[in-house]
Design a protein around this ligand. Structure first.
Ligand code: FAD
Length: 316
């Protein structure tokens, strides 16, 4: 079932979770163990992220360089299918521009369609580890909106090869990313919002936000979106803080601010266990307020802390 249908049919705020594919070589059992404690909350859908492989250039004896893959998290499509079959829940694979030619993208979409997956979250992806800024794959997409156009075309039955016969229309429901605190590359909030509107006008059914720790920022973002005519549901993305290190890692990695009150409380903690308690209470407070405000879905980035998330969700 499509995410947008879940939202339209819901009488109350829904719950959804996001997981990462296991690193290459690790079994799917670890992922099931991660999801088991969360499935009791009947999530409406589970997102599975997509990660570009990381590589380094190794110097060979003849002086030339070869590209060597050092880290890989493959399998987003098949993991979605496995989760769907095991738990009978809808899944949302993330699809990115980075590393994909338009032909690779079409093949991925055809595979998802075969698997009976109705949803995709369409993203640009970040620069690869060895790039200073995002470089599209030769023959690939530069922005999420370009990838979105390809999904919309496939939904209209338009494939890359015009001569292709007996093609079927796909029926993907498409989500896109939004940034309450602005995407770090955008020159300002207004321009970033115009780019977001372009994605919605192109056919995005809903928006999922980057994580935020101050609900006022989410509410202001929704207000700004509505003011420029973005009417689709805006799903808040939420994550707990659970180590002191995250006070500097989260702002650096995700270009977000942490509220002063939260930062002070974390700094007062003696151990990471204490930080986890602070993070739990903060996430619970955020979740309760957002639910009261009538958000469509509470979407949790579970990233290695399923029990902590479960502990929050049970108290909402
Ligand atoms: P875009 O919408 O393409 O925007 C990127 C930048 O370009 C922005 O600054 C925007 O303002 C600008 N821009 C957009 N359109 C245009 C245009 N037409 N002309 C000029 N400028 C334009 N990354 C992964 O690798 N895998 C994942 O699974 C993943 N999941 C994510 C899930 C969520 C909910 C979020 C919020 C992010 C996720 N990311 C993921 C990170 C994401 O790929 C990065 O934030 C990336 O830098 C931007 O992606 P985007 O889809 O927002 O890009």
């Amino acid at each position: 079932m499509k995410v947008i249908d879940h939202i339209n049919q819901a009488k109350d705020t829904l719950i959804s979770f996001e997981v990462l594919p296991p690193l290459k070589g690790k079994g799917i059992e670890a992922l099931y163990k991660h999801l088991d404690p969360l499935m009791v909350f009947n999530p409406s859908f589970i997102n599975v992220t997509y990660h570009r492989s990381e590589h380094v250039f190794k110097k060979k004896t003849d002086g030339s360089f070869e590209k060597v893959v050092v880290r890989k998290r493959p399998g987003t499509e098949s993991i979605c299918a496995a989760i769907m079959n095991k738990y009978n829940v809808d899944t949302v694979p993330h699809l990115i521009c980075g590393g994909f030619s338009v032909n690779d993208t079409e093949d991925a979409l055809i595979n998802l369609n075969y698997l009976g997956i109705d949803n995709v979250l369409v993203l640009r992806g970040d620069a690869a580890k060895n790039e200073s800024s995002f470089e599209p794959e030769p023959g690939g997409h530069k922005y999420a909106v370009d990838l979105l156009r390809q999904v919309v075309s496939l939904n209209d039955g338009i494939y890359l090869e015009e001569e292709l016969r007996d093609t079927q229309k796909t029926k993907f429901c498409v989500g896109v990313a939004g940034y309450p605190e602005k995407h770090f590359e955008a020159p300002n909030k207004e321009i970033d919002l115009q780019h977001l509107k372009q994605k919605v006008d192109t056919g995005a059914d809903y928006i999922v936000t980057q994580m935020f720790f101050d609900n006022a920022k989410y509410h202001a973002f929704v207000k700004d979106c509505r003011a420029i005519g973005i009417t689709v549901p805006i799903i808040p993305g939420l994550k707990p803080i659970y180590t002191k290190k995250q006070l500097s890692i989260l702002p650096k990695t995700f270009n977000i601010d942490l509220p002063t009150d939260l930062s002070k409380e974390v700094l007062r903690c003696k151990t990471d266990l204490d930080v986890e308690k602070v993070g739990r209470e903060w996430l619970l407070m955020q979740s309760r307020e957002l639910k009261k405000a009538g958000v469509p879905v509470l979407h949790y980035y579970t990233l290695g802390r399923p029990l902590l998330i479960a502990d929050v969700v049970k108290d909402i």
